[in-house]
Write a protein that binds this ligand. Structure first.
Ligand code: GLN
Length: 533
């Protein structure tokens, strides 16, 4: 097995995750089996308890692990199916070390960062290799070289290289080459300094992925090669991409990143066939049609809070030869000013997941507007709960209906805590998480969209549809289109007499792929296109 470590230098947000995912994409297309993992230096055990404003989206895996959004890139760019072993934080590492210490596993020794914490980090990398045997294991280290929190990870990698041998490891350092306008020059000094930091720890990068606004000329390449001690052909240009992130693997292939990687690791593998990916990228950037849809949410200011939703829309629109123009509508603005002003010109409304009461009344108004004006509606998780509340109040006349998440003493708790949640105290990895089966009712729009009756989707919620209200709501035109196989949990709803009003308790956005868009997103966008005509 070969190992690639991806580190970051100079500043954060250089797209290390995307670079790792793109390299995975290329290697996989060269016929290699690839898996990816993320090591995150923060002390949270997982990002599940972090506000989306802090950390962006929480990406949920099949096994229910709540992880960093980079794992979303990994799954969208490759065929690897990830588990909780593909994501480790300092919080998890320390938690394990402290548990071991309490269990007396360190035989009376002083427990220290080196060797105990570093051993635990190495153990996790080796364990992943055993669980998911592959040709190449790509490990991305969160944060920037030079961060205090990142040191134990880098030291662990240094030791790891000793264990598996230098020839089996490649370090790709993603760095920034800033352009200084006044001098009209690209500057290499920050990269030299971040490499010096890596060297202090005993790590020598083999590939430099240079994030830059401008082309790297020969002079800059030579400088980087000499001062950073990497071969000239391993100085890879990573130009800013204006149109779509899905172009990254194509550009990196052109820059010969995968060739350099294979050469260095002694891998012989055919060139990557990117034909279908190129077609997809072409469809993303040159669409025939446009469609305007609104996302009514409350974390819109953070560009990564709804990452997988935006990506799923991109996959679906590409398949339908259109581009979505997205109106980001703040639910609290709708609450204050009404829905009409914000939604009048759009062809569809999407309400994403969320937590807490803030903004919910605005979302309810948006759902009402979509229902009454026959605008296509797609509700995800909280978006299904909002649709339920709106219908209960405004169609069934259940005044004051809401979720007990927002008002515990509501006269009509149409959304209520899942029974198993009632005894849970505290937060952190204790929602209903991960992949669960849903059985779809025949003859529904959902059945048509999926083309099958048994589906499996990823979940992340504490509250559910309250079946006490089922008969009354169904009689009024609310369709329970999908439930858990035992019929106990409502997973999917639709409305009668509406062109497309569909909402699910799960998160379809975690399973959409560039060349395999999720059926619900595709159905929604198709309905939006039809509405716009
Ligand atoms: N807050 C709601 C719940 O816990 C919805 C969660 C979500 O949208 N992910 O059930």
């Amino acid at each position: 097995m070969k190992y690639i470590f991806v580190t970051g230098g100079v500043v954060s947000s250089l797209g290390k995750g995307l670079a790792a995912a793109s390299l995975g994409n290329l290697l996989e297309r060269r016929g290699l089996k690839v898996t990816l993992q993320k090591l995150d230096p923060y002390l949270n055990v997982d990002p599940g308890t972090m506000n989306p404003f802090e950390h962006g989206e929480v990406y949920v895996l099949d096994d229910g692990a709540e992880t960093d959004l980079d794992l979303g890139h990994y799954e969208r760019f490759t065929n690897s199916v990830l588990t909780r072993s593909n994501s480790s934080s300092s919080g998890q590492v320390y938690e394990r070390v402290i548990k071991n210490e309490r269990a007396g596993k360190y035989l009376g020794k002083t427990v220290q960062v080196i060797p105990h914490v570093t051993d635990e980090i190495k153990r996790r990398i080796f364990k992943l290799g055993e669980e998911q045997p592959c040709d190449v294991l790509i490990t991305e280290i969160g944060g920037t070289v030079g961060d205090i929190e990142g040191l134990p990870f880098l030291e662990a990698i240094r030791q790891f290289i000793q264990d598996v041998g230098d020839d089996n490891v490649l370090i790709m350092h993603v760095t920034l080459i800033p352009y200084i306008k006044a001098a009209g020059e690209l500057k290499t000094k920050p990269s030299q300094q971040s490499i010096a930091k890596l060297r202090e720890i005993g790590l020598h990068p083999n590939v430099l992925l240079c994030r830059t606004e401008h082309a790297l000329d020969d002079d800059v390449r030579r400088k980087l090669s000499v001062f950073c001690n990497v071969p000239l052909d391993a100085v890879i240009e990573g130009r800013d991409i204006e149109d779509t992130i899905y172009r990254a693997p194509l550009l990196l292939q052109e820059a010969k990143l995968d060739d350099v990687v294979c050469k260095r690791l002694g891998i012989t593998a055919p060139t990557a066939n990117m034909a279908d990916w190129e077609v997809f990228v072409r469809r993303v950037v040159n669409p025939e049609k446009h469609v305007r849809i609104a996302i009514v949410g409350k974390y819109l200011d953070h560009k990564d809070a709804y990452k997988s939703i935006y990506e799923s829309i991109c996959h679906a629109t590409a398949a339908l030869d259109c581009k979505a123009e997205i109106a980001e509508v703040d639910a609290e603005d709708v609450e204050r000013d009404g829905a009409a002003g914000f939604l009048a010109g759009v062809a569809g409304v999407l309400i994403p997941g969320g937590f807490g009461e803030r903004g919910t009344e605005g979302k309810i108004l948006a759902a009402q507007f979509a229902r009454e004006n026959k605008l296509p509606y797609l509700g995800l998780c909280l978006g299904m709960q909002i649709a339920t509340i709106e219908f209960a109040r405004n169609v069934c006349g259940l005044t004051g209906a809401t979720s007990t998440e927002f008002d515990e003493s509501t006269p009509h708790p149409v959304i209520d805590l899942l029974p198993e949640q009632k005894k849970i105290k505290g937060k952190g990895a204790n929602m209903r998480l991960g992949t669960w089966p849903t059985t779809i009712k025949e003859g529904t729009k959902s059945a048509l969209a999926y083309g099958q009756r048994e589906i499996r989707e990823r979940h992340r919620h504490r509250y559910e549809f309250n079946q006490d209200y089922r008969a009354q709501m169904e009689a009024a035109g609310f369709i329970i289109a999908g439930t858990s196989p035992d019929g106990k949990l409502v997973e999917l709803i639709e409305l009668r007499n509406h062109p497309f009003y569909l909402a699910c308790q799960y998160h379809p956005e975690f399973q959409s792929k560039p060349n395999n868009p999720h059926p619900l997103f595709k159905g929604f966008i198709a309905a939006c296109l039809a509405h716009g005509q």
